[in-house]
Ligand binder design. Structure first.
Ligand code: MN
Length: 229
């Protein structure tokens, strides 16, 4: 069977130190998963159930790229996050089995048009146009579980033009990775290829045209992205 229109194939992420690629299915993002970030966004970080929003797979752009400042926003924000790549699908996954479903980890940015998100919140509308837009998910290549294990603690930071803006530790997640996988798999059937962006520590802030972002997750990797002038 041929395709009626040009078919570009799946978005993929390279797997580090290999010549294979990871085909990306869906991207699920966890909201307010670090207490200090929940507070800075004006919310009580009590352990309310996690909530999720999505980005399209083709929002991914590889670390190292220079990308245009996105359309319509005047308040683009950075959110540095560890990303979790699902290698084996499932639903109703118990917490103590959740890590068996992980293929590997990477570093990502949940870029956010904060002004559009804020307006959507105020009007009780969906967040998509604040979160799911072109190049809104810069990511590094993935490292496999064999390479990095299951990182549960370690520094997470982001620098804008060399200055640290976000700083936290994976251990500060309100819902850790196994709990997040288990919870999400009760809402939808996870599939191999899905990516979870695990939430961002405090210090989110604006990005201007011409800025360079450098992100880091201990044991997982380093990400760089530049915005065109
Ligand atoms: Mn986020």
């Amino acid at each position: 069977m041929s395709y009626a229109i040009e078919f570009t194939g799946p978005t993929t992420l390279p797997v580090a130190e290999s010549n294979v690629a990871f085909p990306v299915g869906r991207i699920y993002c966890v909201g307010r998963n670090y207490a200090e970030h929940a507070r800075e966004m004006g919310h009580d970080p009590d352990r309310e159930p996690p909530f999720f929003f999505m980005k399209p797979a083709d929002a991914i752009v590889m670390s190292g790229a220079t990308i245009p400042y996105p359309q319509v926003t005047k308040d683009l924000h950075h959110e540095i996050e560890m990303i979790v790549a699902i290698g084996k699908g499932g639903s109703d996954i118990p917490v103590d089995k959740a890590l068996d479903h992980v293929f590997g980890y990477g570093v990502g940015l949940d870029m956010t048009r904060r002004d559009l998100q804020g307006e959507a919140k105020k009007m009780g509308r969906p967040w998509e146009m604040g979160k799911a837009f072109d190049n809104s998910a810069p990511c590094t290549p993935l490292k496999t579980v064999a390479m990095v294990g299951h990182p549960a603690k370690g520094a997470v930071w982001l620098k804008v033009n060399g200055k640290v803006t976000q700083k936290g530790d994976l251990a500060e997640m309100i819902w850790n990775v196994p709990e997040t996988i288990s919870y999400l798999s009760k809402l939808i059937t996870l599939r191999a290829g899905d990516i979870i962006m695990s939430g961002t520590p405090a210090g989110v802030g604006p990005v201007q045209a011409g800025d360079t972002l450098e992100g880091h997750v201990d044991g997982v990797g380093d990400l760089t992205i530049s915005y065109a002038k």
